[in-house]
Design a protein around this ligand. Structure first.
Ligand code: 1PR
Length: 591
C-alpha cells in the first residue's frame, strides 16, 4: 500500500470529545467550519497544516469518488455516469484535496469506515476539503461520519465536523429497524440539491441516525420522521450530505445528484408533485432466474416451486430476459427488484458469471434497490479452492446488489443456533451482516403448510387457520424447506424468523410454497405469524393474483412490502395499477 503522505491519528478514539465542548454559533462561511471543527475535535488530528497541500482542480466533467471498498458503490458510479460524468477514484489523500467535486458514498459499518479513513490518511484530507467549502456530497454513512461520534459498535469517533452523536433507532415503539424503504422529507427552503424532489419519497436503508439539535440546526437541511424526526440531509455552502440514497431513489434521486453536479443549471421542467408523508409500503418485482435446458439464463416462474411446463418436453418455463424485465419493472414503478438464482443451491454462483453480468447490466439503468439471492454459502470448487459465503456475497455486492438474500444456509444456521444456543459468528448470516451491515442481509424463507388437528401436536408454533385445511384441519405449522423447497427441515417459519433476526438478518422475504404461483392471495395467517414475531421488516411474497391482494396484505398484516412475480411477468396486472389501487385504498406508496 502507498504510504500516506501525512500522518493522521490512527485512533480517533484517543480523543475525548463531548458535545458539551460545542458552543452554539451562527457563522455561515467556511471559517465557521474551521472554528467549529477546532472546538469539537481539536485532539482528533495530529496532522500537518492544510496549507501543505496544493489544491489543483481536476477536469470539469469529472467526479472524484471516495470508495474504500466496503460495499456496493457500483450504483453510485452508474448514476454519476448516467448523468454524463467521468469518475476519478481516490487513491491517496491528495486526490481528495485536488477534487473538483467529491462524492463520498459511505457504506458498511461506522467503525470500519473510520478505521480505513484513518489508516489511509484520508480522514484529515476530508476535513480539510470540507473546511475549504469545496463541493462535497456524502451519502448515508458519508453523512454520519461527519458527526462527532456514533454508537454503532462504539462509541466510535467520527470526523467531528457536525455536533451530534449518531445513535440507533429504537425498535420498541413499533417501528421496524432497519429503517428500509421510501420515506418523506421535511425540507427547509435553502436545501438547493433537494429542490426538485417535489414532495416525493426517497429511499432509506439504515439502522443508525443523527438527530437534529440546537447545536447542529445550522446544518440541517431536511428531516424525516420514523418514530422520531431524524436528520435526512445537511448542508453548509457547497457541502452536502444525505442520509437517503439518491442513487437508489429513482428519477427523484437522480435529480438530487444532478443538482449537486450542475449547481448552476436551471431546472428544465417543473418536478412532478407528490404527496409523500410517511414510509411507503413497497411493491417489489421478483425475478426467479435459472439456466434453461438450452443454457440460457431466463426468468422463470413456478407453481408451488415447480418451474417446468407440463408438456412432453417438460422444459423450464421461459418468461423473459432478466435484464430487460428488470429495466421494464423499474420504468413501471417497482420500488425494488429481486433476483433469485433458484438453482444456486446446487450450482456455484461465482461460476455462474451470467448472473453476475445480469446484476452489472441491470444496475447500469435501474436506480432502485436490487436484491440477489441463491447460493450464498461456503463452497469448494472442483480444483479444491475454497470460497467463503462472504466472498460470494462480496462478488454480488461488487456486481451491483444492494442486498443479498440467504435461503438454505440460513435454515441450517438457525437450526444449529437453536440447538446449541451459541452464536458462532462464523455463519454466512453473521459474517455478512457484520461486514456489510444487517440492512444488507435478507433471509428468504420457503415454508410449506403442515396441517394439524391440534396445535399441541408439534413443538413449533402453529396458527389457527382462516381457511381450514383439506381435511377440515383448523391449524397448521409452517415447515421451513431448503434446496428450492425440495427438503423439509425440523424448524418452523416462526422459530426461523426469530433466530435469524438475532443472528443479524435485516429483513425477511417470506415466501409460501402452497401459495406460490396460485394467484389466490398472500397467506395472511403466515405473514401475521412471522411479522408479529420480529421487529425487522417483512416482505410478503407468493400468491398475488389481483390488485386487491396487495391492499389485503397491507391492511391485514404488518408487512412492509409485498412481492409478486407471475402476475407481473404475464402482464396480467401492472405495477402502476397496483399502486393506483393502493392509493385509492388510502395506503401510502411511492409514485
Ligand atoms: O437456498 O440460498 O440457494 O436460495 C435460493 C433462493 O431461490 C431462495 O430465495 C428460494 O426462495 C428461491 N427458490 C428456489 N427454488 C425456487 C423455485 O421456485 N423452484 N423460488 C425458488 C422462490 C418464490 C418467490 C416467488 C414468489 C412470488 N420463488 O420468490 O417469486 O412466490 O410468486 P408469485 O407472485 O408468482 O406467486 P438458496
Amino acid at each position: 500500500m502507498e504510504a500516506a503522505p501525512f500522518t493522521s491519528s490512527s485512533s480517533a478514539s484517543a480523543s475525548s470529545l463531548s458535545s458539551r465542548s460545542v458552543t452554539a454559533r451562527s457563522l455561515s462561511s467556511s471559517s465557521s467550519l474551521l472554528f467549529r471543527r477546532n472546538n469539537i475535535r481539536n485532539s482528533y488530528c495530529k496532522f500537518k497544516s492544510p496549507r501543505n497541500f496544493s489544491v489543483r482542480a481536476s477536469g470539469d466533467s469529472v467526479v472524484t469518488l471516495l470508495d474504500y471498498g466496503a460495499g456496493n458503490v457500483r450504483s453510485v458510479r452508474n448514476a454519476i455516469r448516467h448523468l454524463g460524468f467521468d469518475i476519478k477514484d481516490v487513491q491517496t489523500p491528495e486526490d481528495i484535496l485536488k477534487a473538483n467535486r467529491l462524492i463520498f458514498p459511505g457504506v458498511g459499518a461506522f467503525a470500519a469506515a473510520m478505521d480505513v479513513l484513518n489508516k489511509k490518511g484520508m480522514a484529515e484530507a476530508l476535513c480539510t476539503y470540507i473546511e475549504k467549502d469545496r463541493p462535497f456530497l456524502g451519502i448515508c454513512l458519508g453523512l454520519q461520519l461527519l458527526f462527532e461520534s456514533s454508537e454503532e459498535n462504539g462509541p466510535v469517533n467520527g470526523l467531528g465536523l457536525i455536533p451530534g452523536v449518531v445513535g440507533r433507532f429504537d425498535s420498541s415503539n413499533d417501528f421496524r429497524v432497519p429503517h428500509i424503504g421510501w420515506n418523506a422529507l421535511q425540507i427547509k427552503e435553502d436545501s438547493k440539491i433537494l429542490d426538485d424532489i417535489g414532495n416525493r419519497h426517497v429511499y432509506f436503508v439504515h439502522s443508525y441516525r443523527a438527530m437534529p439539535s440546537d447545536a447542529n440546526k445550522e446544518w440541517v437541511s431536511s428531516t424525516c420522521n420514523y418514530g422520531v424526526d431524524f436528520i435526512a440531509s445537511v448542508r453548509r455552502g457547497n457541502v452536502h450530505a444525505v442520509q437517503f440514497h439518491p442513487e437508489k431513489s429513482g428519477d427523484v434521486g437522480l435529480s438530487v445528484l444532478r443538482r449537486f453536479l450542475f449547481p448552476k443549471s436551471a431546472t428544465m421542467k417543473k418536478p412532478i408533485e407528490g404527496k409523500a408523508s410517511k414510509l411507503a409500503k413497497r411493491v417489489i418485482a421478483c425475478l426467479d432466474v435459472r439456466t434453461n435446458d438450452k443454457g440460457d439464463l431466463v426468468v422463470t416462474k413456478g407453481d408451488q416451486y415447480d418451474v417446468r411446463e407440463h408438456t412432453k418436453e417438460n422444459e423450464v418455463r421461459n418468461l423473459g430476459k432478466p435484464v430487460e424485465l428488470a429495466g421494464q419493472y423499474y420504468k413501471d414503478g417497482a420500488d425494488e427488484v429481486s433476483f433469485l438464482n433458484i438453482t444456486g443451491f446446487r450450482d456455484f454462483p461465482l461460476g455462474d458469471l451470467p448472473m453476475l453480468q445480469v446484476l452489472r447490466y441491470t444496475s447500469e439503468n435501474v436506480f432502485v434497490p436490487l436484491t440477489v439471492g441463491g447460493g450464498i454459502r461456503d463452497f469448494t470448487d472442483a480444483n479444491g479452492r475454497h470460497y467463503t459465503s462472504l466472498e460470494v456475497a462480496s462478488e454480488y455486492f461488487r456486481s451491483g446488489a444492494d442486498k443479498i438474500s440467504i435461503g438454505s444456509d440460513a435454515v441450517y444456521t438457525a437450526e444449529e443456533y437453536l440447538r446449541t444456543g451459541v452464536k458462532t459468528g462464523k455463519s454466512s448470516l453473521e459474517l455478512i451482516s457484520r461486514i456489510y451491515g444487517n440492512q444488507a442481509v435478507v433471509v428468504s424463507i420457503d415454508p410449506r403448510r403442515v396441517y394439524l388437528k391440534n396445535p399441541n401436536d408439534v413443538e413449533f408454533k402453529a396458527v389457527r387457520l382462516t381457511n381450514p385445511g383439506p381435511k377440515e384441519e383448523e391449524y397448521a405449522w409452517y415447515q421451513c424447506t431448503v434446496n428450492g423447497g425440495r427438503e423439509g427441515r425440523p424448524i418452523g417459519a416462526y422459530e426461523l424468523a426469530k433466530a435469524v433476526e438475532e443472528l443479524g438478518a435485516g429483513e425477511i422475504l417470506l415466501n409460501c410454497i402452497d401459495c406460490d404461483g396460485q394467484g389466490k392471495g398472500f397467506d395472511i395467517d403466515l405473514i401475521n405469524l412471522v411479522s408479529d414475531a420480529v421487529s425487522i421488516p417483512v416482505i410478503a411474497s407468493s400468491g398475488a393474483g389481483s390488485v386487491k391482494h396487495f391492499s389485503d396484505v397491507f391492511m391485514e398484516t404488518n408487512a412492509s412490502a409485498a412481492l409478486a412475480a407471475g402476475i407481473f411477468h404475464r402482464k396480467e396486472v401492472s405495477i402502476q395499477s397496483v399502486k393506483e389501487h393502493l392509493l385509492k385504498e388510502g395506503i401510502e406508496v411511492r409514485i
